[in-house]
Design a protein around this ligand. Sequence first.
Ligand SMILES: [Fe+2]
Ligand SMILES: [Fe+2]
Length: 288
Amino acid sequence: MSTAAVLTEERNLLPVEDEWEEFLQGRYKEGKTEEEFRVYDAEANPGVAEFYRLNHEFQTHDYVLGKEKQYFGLTRGEKSIWEAAEFLNTLVDDSDPDTDLTQMEHLLQTSEAIRRDGHPRWMVATGFVHDLGKCLCLYGEPQWGVVGDTFPTGCAYSDKVVFPEYFKANPDINHPVYSTKYGIYEPNCGLDKVHMSFGHDGYIYEAMKNYLPMEALYMLRYHSFYAWHRHGAYDYLCNEQDRAMLPAVLKFNPYDLYSKGHTKPDMKELKPYYDDLFAEFFPAKLAW
Ligand SMILES: [Fe+2]
Ligand SMILES: [Fe+2]
C-alpha cells in the first residue's frame, strides 16, 4: 500500500481500509505485551500512519459541523437495507479480488457470528448494518473522513487516540476553547452532545436511530471510538447512560474485529432469514 494510493481520490478506497483493519486486529490482539503493542507504529504501518496523519490534521471541529450539516439530514434518497448493502458493495477492492471479502461479506460475517453466538435479533441486524455508512466513500468523501478511529472534536484531543502526535497539525490545538479539556462541553454532558470526528459510525447512527434499541445505537455510533471503549479516555464527557452502554459497545467490538472468516457467506441460503429480520426492524425503504 503506497502513500500515493491513500492520497488519490479514487473510488476504490479499500486497500488502506484492509490495512487499517489488520492494524486494528494487531493493535487489539488479545494478551499482547506492551512491546508488541508498539510494533503497531508508523514505521511498521506507513499506509495507516499516513491515513491518520490526514485524518488528525483535517478533522477539525468546523469540518465536523459542516459534514454533520451535509449528511445528518439524510437527504440522499430512500433505500431498503438490501439496496444500501448492494450500493456499498459497489465499493470494491480490485487489488486482490480472490482473497478479500466484499463489503456485503464483511457485513454478513459480522452478523452471522453474532447470530451463531445466540445474541438477540436486534444485535444480528446491528451487525449487518454496522458498516453501511461507508457509502460515504461513494458520495465522494475522502477515506480519512469515513473510516478510522473516531474521537471528540471541540475539546482537547486525548493522547489515547491512535497516533496522537499527528494532532499537532490540527489548527484546533491552538484554539482558545477547543484546545481545553472540556472545550465547548460541560463536564459529563453525555456523548450524545459531543460532536465526534466525522465518519461512517455517526452517519449510520443517524440512519438507524429510529429503528433499533439503545444498545444497538451505541454499538453503531461508537464502534470506532477506541480511545473510549478500549482505553477509557474521555470519561469526563460521559454521563451515566454512556457508562451503562459501554459494555454493549465492548460486546460488539470482537464481532467487528475478528469475525473475518474463511468461508464466504452463502447469500442465497441466508437471504430469507435476513428478509424476515429486516422486515422486523426496518421499514421497506429508509432515508439515507
Ligand atoms: Fe466500521
Ligand atoms: Fe466493520
